[in-house]
Design a protein around this ligand. Structure first.
Ligand code: MF3
Ligand code: CO
Ligand code: CO
Length: 255
């Protein structure tokens, strides 16, 4: 695997702007995540907003993916292809947006509630939100990368959930997917040493049932839980700083 790039001040400034726009896109889309909406129509709103702000959706044309975001309801773990699926009251749904602004990439996703989901569904979502924060708490210079995944998995499993291991976080900024892979379940005190100027995503996918994913054979992308139980995910683009971290996509401080 290639080396982890330490970003320059100029690159960090560019990535910060792109990350902010990705976060603003998720905020803008809130109004459309309501009962009766088709996921394909949310995708159109996403593309409009990203382009109106001078950016390009990174997923469009990426390895054959045709849409401007991933929309993953309920038992979909990630990479949900926007389609004719209609959102209904009680759904939980993830939207994942990656922007390219001035050549720089920002990547973020979050969960939305469609109406009022069950307590069972909300507990999964809130635990997954905590998992991302617990991962970010491990982001400081000279810590080992895999302490992120070690602590995420500990928290998820303590709550009776499983951690998806077939998809990872990733270095990001100059390209969509850079080194390193960021595992969300890992051994403590292993992996690369974190240094200021590294930028990568943390994006835990946490399942109510079994950890395994299976990809839809028809669209080649949509990854679902094998037992059809719920899955949730949150993602931030993280900069390692001299003293800790900055979540470049956390412009609304939802934690
Ligand atoms: N944004 C996703 C991530 O967090 C990647 C989506 S790739 C796609 O890494 F092709 F499925 F859109
Ligand atoms: Co990502
Ligand atoms: Co993403």
């Amino acid at each position: 695997m290639s080396a982890i790039v330490i970003k320059t001040a100029e690159q960090i400034e560019g990535i910060r702007k792109s990350a902010k726009l990705a976060a603003e896109t998720l905020k803008y889309l809130e109004q459309f995540v309501v009962p009766g909406m088709k996921t394909i129509d949310i995708d159109k709103k996403c593309e409009e907003f990203v382009r109106d702000n001078g950016a390009v959706p990174a997923t469009k044309g990426y390895r054959g993916f045709k849409h401007s975001c991933c929309i993953s309801p309920n038992e979909v773990i990630c990479h949900g292809v926007p389609n004719q699926t209609v959102l209904v009251h009680g759904d939980i749904v993830n939207i994942d947006v990656t922007t390219i602004l001035g050549g720089y990439y920002g990547d973020t996703c979050k969960m939305y509630y469609v109406g009022e989901p069950s307590e069972y569904a909300k507990r999964l979502v809130e635990t997954t939100r905590e998992c991302l924060q617990i991962g970010m708490d491990q982001c400081f210079p000279d810590n080992r990368l895999n302490n992120i995944g070690y602590n995420i998995a500990k928290h998820a499993q303590k709550n009776g959930y499983s951690v998806v291991y077939e998809f990872c976080g990733h270095g990001v900024g100059l390209k969509f997917h850079e080194a390193p892979d960021v595992a969300h379940i890992a051994d403590a005190n292993t992996g690369p040493i974190l240094k200021p100027g590294m930028i990568f995503t943390i994006e835990p996918m946490i399942n109510a049932g079994k950890a395994r994913a299976k990809v839809d054979r028809k669209d080649g992308w949509t990854a679902r839980t094998i037992d059809a139980k719920l899955s949730a995910q949150f993602e931030h683009t993280i900069l390692i700083t001299e003293t800790g971290y900055e979540a470049l996509t956390d412009v609304y401080h939802e934690f």
